[in-house]
Ligand binder design. Structure first.
Ligand code: F0G
Length: 441
């Protein structure tokens, strides 16, 4: 059976809590039964085979790229599982991006290929299922857009009512439209993400509403499966580096937790280095590590066009810090123009992602220049959101107005060769043929 334990003082907690009653630190799920017996009473070799066999099953839990790995998740009865076949996301090679970063090769695990278009689905399936099993009728989250889209979808599929608090402005319309479409009550608060979190934390104290923000330890468990699926896709040979965007810092924590659990169980023999990349304008973890060695979080007033990670007071910073330290990873920050360039480069591979995901490539370029990542090492970027999550950004980029009137205007000239604005022509065959001829040259 799984248990909740405080990451600070180590005390155990009740199954539906989020913070330790003694020291207010975050909670995490542990599995005391694994010691000696292994998850589900199986060893690593048997689990690898079992998980592989499930790929050929028509059972809905087996078809989920999360529940296929249920031995390493908290136990939830099958009737309560809410799944929309999340996970099962591809690993792509990115040869052009590799070249641009100075690497021999480069891979991306695209979590934006989940059902609602972001990595949030892998955690949401577990936490929403737990909410239903625990008898909650309402779930809620504060969000920069992806968590809310995901929660709204899983609540709808599971017959739960849901409430979303998002910042008024600085959130992408596609994400907002998703939560409206999936039938959640969507409130735009006149504040930023951090303000939405503050309000929601008090709402859930007063009302019987289950919190589905990433402090929710069940979400972290589901998000672990991305790392496990990745290892399976790589034949259980860990990469040298995994690079993750950092916002509220739950995803890096989850990927790290998976790897830290997999090693003693004998799934892998070494840990990849996990590095976290933030936008310069939303860099609390970078500042905390550089300015006080990780002693105490330095919150910032966040601002970045990568609105998904526009977060100044990340809840899971201690968990992420532990992962970076244990895996000997790095933290880095990247500018708005660097993000835009990296996003265009990932798009030009025929893959694409949303701006927050592109910080990984922008960060990798810096880590290669610093010598932290060697050109022949095996690197996997975690792309967290689909390209269509923020079409506005992409259109503005290609039309050349993304940075118009901002302090980045001058610096953004380097983006010109990547910009492809739509061409408006007369409906004439000659005009199109002429255009093709000049494109050939
Ligand atoms: N990438 C995308 C596309 C995101 O939506 C988020 C977070 C992150 C990266 C950062 O992940 O918070 O685990 O460090 N989005 C949250 C939301 C905050 O509300 O959708 P993190």
């Amino acid at each position: 059976m799984s248990q909740l334990r405080c990451i600070g003082c180590g005390e155990t907690a009740l199954a539906d809590r989020f913070r330790c009653e003694h020291c207010r630190d975050l909670l995490e799920i542990i599995y005391p039964g694994w010691e000696g017996r292994g998850p589900g009473g199986l060893d690593a070799a048997s689990l690898k085979q079992l998980w592989l066999d499930r790929r050929f099953s028509f059972d809905s839990a087996d078809q989920s790229g999360v529940w296929r790995f249920r031995e390493i998740l908290p136990e939830i009865s099958k009737q309560q599982v809410i799944t929309i076949r999340e996970g099962n996301t591809p690993v792509y090679s990115l040869p052009l991006c590799a070249k641009s970063a100075g690497m021999a090769q480069l891979f991306a695990k695209h979590q934006g290929m989940n059902p609602t278009g972001s990595f949030k689905d892998t955690g949401m399936t577990v936490a929403a299922s737990f909410a239903r099993q625990a008898g909650y009728r309402w779930v809620a989250c504060a969000s920069t857009g992806n968590t809310s889209a995901s929660m709204a979808a899983y609540a709808a599929r599971g017959g739960l009512h849901s409430l979303v608090l998002i910042p008024d402005g600085k959130i992408s319309w596609s994400k907002l439209s998703q939560s409206l479409d999936y039938g959640t009550i969507t409130c735009q608060l006149k504040t930023d993400f951090d303000g939405c979190v503050r309000v929601l934390n008090e709402v859930v104290e007063r009302m019987p509403v289950y919190l589905l923000n990433s402090v929710n330890p069940y979400r972290v468990e589901g998000q672990k499966t991305a790392a496990i699926e990745l290892l399976e896709q790589l034949g259980w040979e860990p990469p040298d580096h995994i690079i993750v965007p950092g916002g509220n810092l739950a995803n890096s924590s989850a990927i790290g937790k998976a790897l830290r659990e997999m090693k003693p169980l004998g799934f892998i023999s070494r840990l990849p280095k996990i590095s976290v990349i933030q936008a310069e304008g939303a860099n609390p973890l970078v500042r905390t590590i550089r300015e006080n060695g990780g002693e105490k979080l330095i919150p910032v007033q966040a601002d970045t066009m990568a609105t998904a990670i526009r977060i100044g007071n990340p809840a899971s910073w201690k968990k992420a810090l532990r992962v970076i330290r244990e895996t000997e990873g790095a933290v880095e920050q990247v500018s708005e123009v660097e993000i835009a360039m990296a996003k265009a480069e990932i798009g030009a591979e025929g893959i694409g992602c949303e701006p927050a995901s592109a910080v990984t490539l922008a960060g990798l370029k810096k880590l290669v220049k610093q010598g932290f990542v060697k050109p022949n090492e095996m690197v996997v970027l975690v792309l967290t959101g689909h390209a269509l999550k923020d079409a506005d950004f992409t259109l503005k980029f290609h039309r050349g107005d993304l940075f118009a009137g901002t302090s980045h205007e001058q610096e953004s000239k380097v983006l010109r060769p990547m910009q492809r604005s739509p061409l408006v022509l007369e409906p004439s065959v000659d005009a199109v043929v002429e255009l093709l001829r000049s494109a050939e040259n």
